[in-house]
Design a protein around this ligand. Structure first.
Ligand code: NDP
Length: 256
């Protein structure tokens, strides 16, 4: 356990599995107190136990952040418990793909409400605390890292609405980076290619088969590869901001 981030507090959304889970571990390893947010309480509780067993400090908040009041309450509870917030990792996301003509509108709404609206709720609620940390914290800088996707850079068939949500995350990130530059709240985006997580397991039928075949055809990334990238971003010196990090499996030429 490093003391690099001792005194700092990080909040990771979507921490019950995949990239968020690995990122919570990585930030705890750096010495941050970590607040882990997702809906599955049992998963969060075992993550907290694992972090505590390694000598770290963590708090589980089980909630649905696509509900605005719950997202705001998660930030409030973080600050009530630890007195501050230095790092926000907006990671929670869902991907439901398929041809636009066949997609269910409810699935589009789910993606928009989590991938975009929840990210906005979390960011807005966190900003006053991040700005305060950038002013008076020992690091004198604070961080927001938004998890976008390869699909936030490149459009492909079957990914239309997921792609729309992630292109939006990229645009929002860069606009906010510029707004906050002088306040030393760094805002960056990570765009992973294919990562072995539960995200890719939700599809049945032909689309599910395509995804499975695609993952079998390359050596995909592990969640820890993305957590490494995030840890790199938030450990840069105060004057250096990584505004965009595109992490691909070496063998990935296209999505699917
Ligand atoms: P996972 O499915 O493993 O993780 C998604 C996380 O989001 C889970 O912890 C889930 O927890 C949480 N979540 C889902 N809905 C909600 C909700 N309403 N409120 C709070 N938390 C919620 O997938 P990944 O780790 O792969 O995904 C993380 C991010 O990475 C996403 O933004 C995804 O778009 C992005 N990404 C992933 C890629 C990949 O190939 N895996 C590639 C590019 C980007 P719970 O169900 O307990 O709420």
């Amino acid at each position: 356990m490093s003391s690099k981030f001792s005194g700092t507090v990080a909040l990771v959304t979507g921490a019950s599995s995949g990239i968020g889970y690995a990122t919570a571990h990585a930030l705890a390893e750096l010495g941050a107190r970590v607040v882990v947010v997702a809906r599955r309480k049992d998963r969060l509780d075992s993550l907290v136990s694992a972090i505590e067993q390694s000598g770290g400090t963590a708090l589980a908040i089980a909630c649905d952040i696509s509900d605005r009041a719950s997202a705001e309450a998660a930030v409030r509870q973080t600050v009530d418990c630890f007195g501050r917030l230095d790092i926000l990792i907006n990671n929670a996301g869902v991907m439901i793909i398929g041809p636009v003509v066949e997609n269910e509108v409810e699935d589009w709404e789910r993606m928009i409400s989590l991938n975009q609206q929840a990210l906005l709720y979390m960011t807005k609620a966190a900003l006053p605390h991040l700005k305060a940390s950038a002013q008076d914290g020992t690091r004198r800088v604070a961080d927001i890292v938004n998890i976008s996707s390869y699909a936030g850079r490149v459009a492909s068939p079957n990914f239309a609405v997921y792609t729309m949500t992630k292109f939006g995350v990229n645009g929002f990130t860069e606009a906010l980076r510029q707004e906050l530059a002088s306040s030393h709240v760094r805002v960056g985006v990570v765009e992973p290619g294919a990562v072995k997580t539960e995200l890719n397991d939700h599809h049945k039928g032909a689309i599910g088969d395509d995804i499975e075949a695609f993952f079998a055809s390359i050596e995909a990334l592990d969640a820890e590869d993305i957590a490494d990238g995030i840890a790199y971003m938030v450990t840069r010196p105060r004057h250096a901001a990584i505004s965009e990090l595109w992490i691909m499996p070496t063998e990935q030429g296209h999505r699917a």
